[in-house]
Ligand binder design. Structure first.
Ligand SMILES: Cc1cc2nc3c(=O)[nH]c(=O)nc-3n(C[C@H](O)[C@H](O)[C@H](O)COP(=O)(O)OP(=O)(O)OC[C@H]3O[C@@H](n4cnc5c(N)ncnc54)[C@H](O)[C@@H]3O)c2cc1C
Length: 308
């Protein structure tokens, strides 16, 4: 017999919203989380783009979402999911393998999110959320009228650097190679933006500041010379990756490991849905993750109705 109707893996905004919608549809829902509910919101200080709240904090929003899911009767379990065994045709459900045992459910929502690659330095890790940012849309507004830095050379770095010029007085774009990897068209647009200053063949050698970023020391990769940049914020776009390594090959993934879904957020395996940042999607934000959670839960409900 299945243990639950629906198992949600991950308690970020996607997973917690899925739990609310699943419970309100009358499903028995278990949420598995390896750390603490909230996901990447926990790494966020102020949030200015959650509808209805002019400003809230990541911690407040995490608590509120978790409490709401719990108020509707969601069960939570601290567990690290290590794999999924896809049900045989006509079987009793998929098996979710965790560090605290196996659990069965006919419907599963994978909402395990993603992570942004950081610079390989203790200082950068320490300063994440205190001037080291991975999201221009989220944090750009905190730098109105100030100079900021962007690290990276791909499309994301260049697009986000241009986005930041809506807020910042100047954007320093730092890339370790002597040319960008971004598409030519994107580079042409960048070249027309007078607020961007390029620092090619440079890398971040040090981050200055104790409670928050106060500046950067850049190193010229060709000459070894260093120079200071007085910026209170640095945005890193040096790659991101989904938490999808534990999933079986039956679940189709796009290059990079992002889960492929249809418009109803079904994966390639019947009964398994994906929601939020882990998905192959265009925008990774709290509001889109929450919307995904709702869609996936309603998809799971429809799927379960079809099994009756
Ligand atoms: C520093 C920072 C600031 C941001 N600021 C904003 C902002 O201001 N506004 C905004 O809209 N967006 C912001 N974002 C982006 C936003 O937080 C994400 O888009 C959103 O949290 C994604 O939600 P999610 O539920 O898909 O995944 P996540 O929030 O990543 O949650 C996934 C959860 O799954 C858990 N998990 C992963 N693997 C497993 C496993 N194997 N077993 C069990 N549990 C697992 C994780 O521990 C995590 O709790 C920010 C992101 C960062 C990093």
């Amino acid at each position: 017999m299945a243990d639950y109707d629906l198992i949600v893996i991950g308690a970020g905004p996607a997973g917690l919203t899925a739990a609310v919608y699943g419970r309100r549809a009358g499903l028995g829902v278990l949420v598995l989380e390896r750390t603490i509910a909230g996901g990447q919101m926990r790494l966020t200080g102020d949030i200015e783009n959650w509808p209805g709240a002019v400003v809230t904090t990541g911690e407040e929003l995490s608590e509120a979402m978790r409490n709401q899911a719990q108020a509707f009767g969601t069960e939570f379990k601290d567990a690290m999911v290590t794999g999924i065994e896809v049900a045989a045709k006509g079987g009793l459900g998929h098996t979710v393998k965790t560090n605290v045992g196996d659990l069965k459910a006919p419907a599963i929502i994978v909402a395990t999110g993603a992570y942004h690659k950081n610079l390989d330095s203790d200082k950068a890790r320490e300063m994440a959320g205190r001037g080291v940012s991975f999201c221009a849309i989220c944090d750009g507004g905190f730098y109105r009228g100030k100079e900021v830095a962007v690290v990276g050379g791909g499309n994301a770095a260049l697009e986000q650097a241009m986005y930041l010029t809506n807020h910042a007085s100047k954007v320093h774009l730092i890339h370790r190679r002597d040319e960008f990897r971004a598409h030519r068209l994107v580079q042409d647009r960048l070249d027309k933006n007078p607020k961007i200053q390029k620092h090619l063949s440079h890398e971040v050698h040090d981050i200055k500041g104790t409670d928050g970023v106060e500046g950067l020391v850049l190193k010229d990769k060709k000459t070894g010379a260093t120079k200071d940049l007085d910026v209170p914020g640095v945005f890193l776009f040096i790659g991101s990756a989904p938490h999808s390594g534990f999933l079986p090959p039956e679940i189709e993934k796009a290059p990079g490991g992002w889960i492929v879904t249809d418009r109803a957020l079904k994966t390639s395996v019947p009964g398994i849905f994906a929601a939020g940042d882990v998905r192959d999607t265009e925008l990774r934000q709290i509001v889109t993750a929450a919307a995904d959670g709702a869609l996936a839960a309603m998809g799971a409900y429809e799927y379960l109705q079809g099994l009756k």
